[in-house]
Design a protein around this ligand. Structure first.
Ligand code: NAD
Ligand code: ZN
Length: 261
C-alpha cells in the first residue's frame, strides 16, 4: 500500500521536530502538560476562543464555585452546553500520539487541565487530571457519586435522588484542587527531564507555574501550540508551532524507534 502523503511543514519546523524528537529519544523520563487546545481538534472549544460557547458564557463569571453555589441552574446552563461538546468528543491524533509515547516508554505521565477524559480514552494510563473530570458528578448534599452519562440534563440543575444539586467533579474557579493531585503534578514536572507543553495558554494557575518548575529542575521544555503563549523564551527551549493533532504524530515519527529498556 502506498503511504498517505502528508503536507510538508516547512524546513524550519521539520528541523525543530527532528531536534525535539532527539531530545525526547534521549530523555530518561518525559512528561506532558496539556490544555484545552489539545482537544480543539476533537470539537471541544477552548476557553480563549473568540467564538462559540465562551463568547456567550464568560468562564470567569459562570465557572466559579461562588456562582455555582449562588445560582446552580444558571451555571448549569453553561455546563449543559459544554456537555454537548464533551459527550460527542473522541480522542484525536494528538491524544493518540501522547498515548503512543507512553506505550513505548518515553512519556511517564500526562498532567492535564482538561476535564474531557480523552487522554484515557486514547490509551494514556498515567494521567493527572488537575481540574478534575467531567465523567462523574457528586451530590452536593449526600455526596453520592454518579456517572455523568446517566444524568439527564432536561431540568436544571440536575438533582440526586435525595434532591440535592449535582455538581460535576470538575474544579471550578475558586475551588481548591485536592493536595494529592497538586502533589502528583509537581512530582511529575520536577522529576521529568523533558516536558511537552501542549495546547495551553499557560494563564490558569497552578498549571501555568509547572513549565517553569520543570525548567528550574533542569528539564528541556518543548511547547506545541498554534499561537504564542504566556511562556517566554526563558522557560521554553523549543517551540513547535502548529495544531497538536498534526505536530504530535510528526513528533512521534521524529522520535523514531522505541527504546530498549
Ligand atoms: P485555554 O483555552 O486558555 O488555551 C488554549 C490554548 O490552546 C491557546 O494557547 C491556543 O493558542 C491553543 N490552541 C488552540 N487550538 C490548538 C490546537 N489545535 N493545537 C495546539 N494548540 C491549540 O486553555 P487552558 O490553557 O487549558 O486553560 C483554561 C482552562 O480551560 C482549564 O482550566 C481547562 O480545565 C479548561 N477547559 C478544558 C476543556 C477540555 O477539557 N477540553 C475545554 C475548555 C476549557
Ligand atoms: Zn444526594
Amino acid at each position: 500500500m502506498i503511504p498517505a502523503r502528508r503536507p510538508p511543514l516547512g524546513p524550519q519546523l521539520e528541523s525543530l521536530l527532528l531536534e525535539a524528537g532527539g531530545r525526547l529519544r534521549a530523555s530518561r523520563a518525559a512528561a506532558a502538560l496539556t490544555g484545552a487546545g489539545l482537544s480543539v481538534e476533537s470539537g471541544i472549544p477552548p476557553f480563549r476562543a473568540d467564538v462559540g460557547l465562551w463568547d456567550r458564557y464568560d468562564p470567569l463569571e459562570y465557572g466559579t464555585l461562588e456562582a455555582f453555589e449562588r445560582d446552580p441552574a444558571r451555571v448549569w446552563m453553561m455546563l449543559r452546553e459544554l456537555s454537548v461538546a464533551l459527550r460527542g468528543a473522541r480522542p484525536n491524533s494528538g491524544h493518540e500520539a501522547l498515548a503512543q509515547l507512553e506505550s513505548v516508554g518515553i512519556l511517564s505521565c500526562v498532567v492535564t487541565q482538561n476535564i474531557d477524559g480523552l487522554h484515557q480514552e486514547a490509551g494514556s494510563r498515567r494521567v493527572v487530571e488537575l481540574h478534575g473530570s467531567w465523567r462523574t458528578m457528586t451530590c452536593t448534599r449526600c455526596r453520592r457519586s454518579i456517572g455523568s452519562s446517566k444524568v439527564p440534563l432536561t431540568d436544571l440543575p440536575p438533582r440526586c435522588a435525595c434532591s440535592g444539586v449535582l455538581k460535576p467533579d470538575v474544579t471550578l474557579f475558586g475551588e481548591i484542587i485536592p493536595a494529592h493531585v497538586i502533589d502528583a503534578a509537581w512530582q511529575a514536572v520536577r522529576s521529568c527531564d523533558c516536558l511537552l507543553v501542549v495546547g495551553t495558554s499557560a494563564e490558569v494557575s497552578p498549571a501555568s507555574s509547572l513549565p517553569q518548575a520543570a525548567r528550574d529542575a533542569g528539564a528541556c521544555v518543548i511547547e506545541i501550540n498554534i499561537d504564542c503563549t504566556a511562556l517566554d523564551d526563558a522557560v521554553v527551549d523549543l517551540r513547535l508551532q502548529g495544531p497538536a493533532g498534526v505536530i504530535l504524530p510528526r513528533l512521534v515519527e521524529a522520535v523514531g524507534a522505541p527504546r530498549e529498556n
